[in-house]
Design a protein around this ligand. Structure first.
Ligand code: SF4
Length: 908
């Protein structure tokens, strides 16, 4: 019987509420939860397609031991798998001490999962080697808040978007990375045309497109810009001297530093017009309520914590914090980066924002857990953790719900480290991530739709995550796996009492223990319980016992979380990026995100429709940089620096200054013949936050000498078949310097393969091998075209008048329209011969598709067809979902419907 389960989206830190429909143990749909205060019913394309990612056919269903690594493993019963893991960990700990093992977790885990892993490492084993991929996205924001405001606590809330008079968006692209926040910004702008929007981003991003002022600063120069803005505010007496005197310390030291950052000096450093810096400062200084939103552009930098502090200074100096519509608001990247921090899930933290470096905090936590001590030695943060794995200092690593063989910088080193490890456990929902190739033991974990617990979003709001369906196969909740392992490891290490330390039978018991650890702390949630969250809905912290609601904004009273209650200014100066461009690496390569993909695409990569907007990794470049290298848009280039090289097409873009290039970070070696962007990124980290500089690298871009192109488009019966084909075709990626695999599709799912190489083709990538892999080796229904002199060899196979697949070799001009036509099922028998035509334009009869709703990927033809068939606007929207996401196309759709209705009336 169909049932509905309210839960939370598992992608970004906006933390939208979703209602899941399930039937017979299968997830059948999702819709936005109208009562959730993060999204009020809206979802972005990623959230709205979550149900399509719930695919049991793609899951890791049983524990699997892989000896040797990288080969198909042997299925194990859970007891044997956990005994094996506990035995190996105990052996290594006994021989080399507790710091020879490590845990590498994820901001996608729930707070309850995190809590148990943290206690397991710091309380039972006695190592602080427990870090997480949140280190890669939020640790500079943590350091920025703690240094200035005294606690890792975003003072703002989403409601501030509605009452801000200036929104300054720095190093963030919410239009694609936090779409529901962006919708709220657009709504605020529609309600208040005077709302000013300033975007600080080296690239003219989708967000920058709506800015009143875009500052395309040189990468790594944020501090110079914010210091110069403060310089202007000081010079024009736009700072709040009373607020500074009453509520802050250290201003004079900072003022002395910013004296040197004149607009002219900063303009030189940042590559911006000085007048624009002055304008930004004046707008900020005169705004009734300025709100700053920031994310990875500030955080993923060797100066990440200084970047954060420099921006927060602007709010402290003007007293614009703790008020409606004002304050520094860090947007969290992952769904539970906040919750992980709350339970102490980083190598330098302890539960409830306690500090590992503080002996009193360690002693308090040891008493709370009932363990003799919490070790004082700091654990290894993410990048160092893998470096210690390479050097042999750490010998075993337990990786949960994350994919370091894609997401960490300097992939060459990371993969060597995983190879060097004595024992790698991977606890995952799927068994085919890049990291899975390095695992000795794979443990099947539950995932979105099957999990129960809590997450905290960017505005400190704790939401319930609920299971809609039972776990497939033998998958277990992440917290359960950690508890089961802890019990066995305790026995193996001769610790009595592991059962007492980990007595939990359900996540509510873990939440209750974590809640108690927050008593009297800045994030006190002693007034919350699962029951309370279930009855009253998601709540912000702090929410102490006796409270009737959480606190919407922090620091309204001007009392900060420091020892003396005063916020701190910290003198920060511009230092620059880890990588500086030079003659050999003249291009500043920036990384970023796309609207329809999430991180390494282990989830969004299961939905063909999510590839329709961007179906391949390309490097975006300025037209002059292309011309200077003799390149045309679409040419394959080699992007190289001392850390690695990758091959991919370059495309011309208008949004970048000369000397800058942009590459999305989603594509890794499951989709490309290289590890993608992170092959090139430096492992250099911020000295305070240990967050690596994943946003920028200096590179050279040169024309690749790969004159022979290849492409295959293969229609599949369903998504399951497409995913299976994609998996089978993966070895082809290794046969070519440039090769890419992806999905595409509307009515029919397609697998698309692209490659470029030199002639003759490698044996593993021969035409016969390719045809065989893609099921194009038969003669029945085949049309071939060959021009041996020019090395052109094309083949198309049709079945019942429908094109099944096309292989193009030597010339692939038709690929773009062919893919589009096959996705639409438009190529009927009479047009099939055009599949082999050497033409970049489609034949007459195959019209280019005019998309009306980009979010739902709905064309004008589809809308017209529905309306012609008599659908009402509502019925058509129910079916096609057009205009139901961001709503920006709704006026067009309504116009079409009105025109149709008027036409009908006329006809009548
Ligand atoms: Fe999910 Fe983020 Fe989209 Fe909301 S904005 S639906 S949390 S991906």
């Amino acid at each position: 019987m169909a049932r509905e389960t309210p839960t939370t989206c598992c992608y970004c830190g906006v933390g939208c509420g979703v209602i899941v429909t399930s039937d017979g143990g299968r997830i059948t749909g999702v819709r936005g939860d109208p009562d959730h205060p993060a999204n009020f019913g809206r979802l972005c394309t990623k959230g709205a397609t979550l149900h399509l990612t719930a695919r049991p056919d793609q899951r890791l269903l049983y524990p699997e031991l892989r000896t040797p690594r990288g080969r198909p493993g042997r299925q194990l019963p859970w007891n044997d798998a956990l005994d094996h893991a506990a035995g190996r960990f105990a052996e290594i700990i006994r021989a080399h001490g507790p710091d020879s093992v490590a845990f590498y977790l994820s901001g996608q885990l729930l707070s309850e999962d995190y809590y148990v892993f943290n206690k397991l490492a710091k309380g039972l084993i006695g190592t602080n080697n427990v870090d997480t991929n949140s280190r890669l996205c939020m640790s500079s924001a943590v350091a920025g808040y703690k240094r200035t405001l005294g606690a890792d606590a975003p003072p703002c809330c989403y409601a501030d978007l509605d009452c801000a008079s200036l929104i300054l968006i720095a190093g963030a692209n919410p239009a694609v990375a936090h779409p529901i926040v962006f919708r709220r910004i657009e709504d605020a702008r529609a309600r208040n045309p005077d709302l000013k929007i300033v975007v600080i981003d080296p690239r003219r991003s989708e967000t920058a497109a709506i800015a009143d002022l875009h500052l395309p600063l040189r990468p790594g120069t944020d501090i110079a810009l914010y210091n110069a803005m403060l310089h202007v505010l000081l010079g024009e007496n736009r700072v709040d001297r009373d607020y500074i005197a009453a509520h802050t310390s250290g201003f004079e030291d900072l003022a002395a530093v910013v004296g040197a950052f004149t607009p002219a000096a900063a303009a030189e450093i940042c590559g911006l017009p000085a007048a624009d810096i002055v304008t930004a400062a004046r707008w900020f200084g005169t705004a009734a309520a300025p709100l700053s939103l920031y994310c990875q552009g500030l955080n993923q930098s060797v100066q990440g914590s200084d970047n954060n502090a420099a921006l927060i200074h602007l709010h402290l100096a003007t007293g614009q914090i703790g008020k409606p519509g004002a304050g520094p608001f860090s947007l969290t990247g992952q769904p539970n980066a906040m919750g992980g921090r709350e339970v102490g899930g980083l190598a330098n933290l302890l539960s409830a924002h306690r500090d590992l470096a503080d002996p009193a905090d360690r002693a308090e936590m040891a008493r709370f857990w009932g363990v003799p001590f919490v070790p004082a030695r700091p654990g290894r943060p993410a990048v160092e953790l893998f470096q210690a794995l390479a050097s042999g200092e750490i010998k075993a690593v337990w990786i949960a719900c994350t994919n370091p063989a894609h997401s960490l910088p300097h992939q060459g080193e990371v993969r060597a480290a995983l190879n060097a490890a004595e024992f790698v456990v991977l606890q995952e929902a799927v068994g085919n991530t890049e990291t899975a190739a390095y695992a000795d033991l794979l443990l099947p974990a539950t995932t979105w739709g099957e999990k129960d617990g809590t997450v905290t979003n960017s505005e400190r709001r704790i939401s319930r995550v609920r299971a809609a369906i039972p776990a497939p196969g033998e998958a277990r909740p992440d917290w359960r796996i950690a508890v089961d392992f802890a019990h066995r490891l305790g026995v193996a290490l001769g610790h009595d009492g592991a059962g007492r330390l980990f007595p939990y039978a359900e996540p509510a018991a873990i939440f209750a223990e974590h809640r108690e650890s927050t008593r009297g702390r800045d994030l006190d949630i002693t007034g919350l319980s699962y029951d309370r969250l279930d009855q009253a809905g998601p709540q912000q912290w702090p929410y102490p016992a006796g409270a009737s609601a959480g606190r919407q904004r922090l620091y309204a009273d001007g009392v900060f979380a420091t020892a003396d209650g005063r916020a701190r200014f910290v003198p920060v100066v511009h230092r620059g990026s880890a990588d500086q461009t030079d003659v050999s690496r003249p291009i500043s390569l920036l990384t970023g995100r796309l609207r329809d993909h999430w991180h390494g695409m282990s989830r969004t990569g299961l939905v063909p429709r999510l590839f329709n907007l961007d179906d391949q990794a390309t490097i975006a470049m300025h037209p002059c940089d292309l011309r200077h290298r003799g390149l045309e848009s679409g040419d394959i280039v080699r992007v190289v620096n001392g850390r690695g090289e990758i091959f991919l097409p370059a495309v011309e873009t208008a949004g970048l200054k000369r000397g800058r290039a942009w590459l999305p970070m989603h594509w890794g070696s499951r989709f490309l013949s290289s590890p993608g962007a992170n092959a090139l990124m430096p492992a250099a980290c911020d000295p305070l936050s240990a967050q690596p500089e994943l946003k920028h690298a200096a590179v050279q871009v040169e024309k690749a000498d790969l004159p022979y192109p290849l492409a295959v488009v293969r229609r599949c019966a369903d998504v399951e078949a497409a995913l299976a084909l994609q998996e089978r075709a993966r070895p082809l990626l290794d046969a070519f310097p440039y090769a890419a695999l992806g999905l595409y599709g509307r009515s029919s799912p397609l697998v698309v393969f692209r490659a470029a190489t030199t002639w003759p083709l490698p044996e593993a990538g021969s035409l016969a091998a390719i045809d065989h892999l893609f099921g194009l080796d038969g003669e029945a229904g085949a049309i071939v075209f060959a021009d041996p002199k020019r090395g052109i060899a094309k083949k198309a196979i049709a079945e019942n008048g429908r094109l099944l697949g096309v292989r193009l070799a030597g010339e692939c001009l038709a690929l773009a329209w062919l893919k589009e036509a096959m996705a639409e099922d438009e190529l009927d028998a009479s047009l099939i011969r055009y599949a082999l035509a050497p033409s970049a334009t489609p034949p007459v009869g195959v019209a280019p598709r005019e998309i009306v709703c980009k979010c739902a990927d709905v064309s004008l033809a589809q809308i017209k067809a529905e309306l012609d068939a008599g659908s009402t606007l509502t019925a058509m929207q129910d079916k096609l979902k057009c205009g139901t996401y961001c709503g920006s196309c709704l006026p067009d759709i309504k116009r079409l419907a009105a025109r149709e209705a008027a036409g009908e009336a006329q006809a009548a």
